[in-house]
Ligand binder design. Sequence first.
Ligand SMILES: Nc1ncnc2c1ncn2[C@@H]1O[C@H](COP(=O)(O)OP(=O)(O)OP(=O)(O)O)[C@@H](O)[C@H]1O
Ligand SMILES: [Mg+2]
Length: 151
Amino acid sequence: MTTMTWMTHSEEDTKQFGEKLGGLLQAGDVLTLEGDLGAGKTTFTKGLAKGLGVKRTVNSPTFTIIKEYMGRLPFYHMDVYRLEDSDEDLGFEEFFNGEGVTVVEWSQFIEDYLPEERLELTIEYVDETSRKISVAARSPHFEQVCKEMSS
Ligand SMILES: Nc1ncnc2c1ncn2[C@@H]1O[C@H](COP(=O)(O)OP(=O)(O)OP(=O)(O)O)[C@@H](O)[C@H]1O
Ligand SMILES: [Mg+2]
C-alpha cells in the first residue's frame, strides 16, 4: 500500500489539490475522507468535483447524506456524519459499485460498508491556514493515481 502526504496552505490550495486528483479518477472510484469538523473535507470535495467537470456548486450534503452531480462521470458526495452510532445501510453499495465516483466524508462511520479498493484521505488541521493531507492507496489503480499526483 502506498501512502503519501501533502501540505496545503490555503483553502484554494486544498481545492486545487482536489481538482488535480479529480482529473485522474475513473468510473467506480471510491474516496474516503476522515478529519475533524472544519478540517477541509468539503473544501477538498468542491475541488474534486471541479476536476470531474461538475459545473454545479457542491455544498455539504448535511440533510440529505447523499447528493448526486453530473460531470464527465456521475459524482456522488456523501456525508455520513449523522450515521455515527447507527449501522443503517442506505444502499451504499449501489453507489460504490456504480459508474460514478463516490466521495464519503466521515467514512469511519460506515466502515463496514466500504469497498476494499479505495483511496483513503485524512485531513489534519495544522494551523489556521495549513492542512496536512495523508493519502493511502488501497488498489494498484490508486497507487498509480498517487504517483501522478506527485509528478
Ligand atoms: N488549507 C486549507 N484547506 C482547507 N480548508 C482550509 C484551509 N485553511 C483554512 N481552511 C478553512 O477551513 C474550513 C474547512 O471547512 P470544510 O467545510 O471544508 O471542513 P469539513 O472537514 O468538511 O467539516 P465538516 O466535518 O463540518 O463537514 C473552511 O472554513 C476553510 O476556509
Ligand atoms: Mg464537510
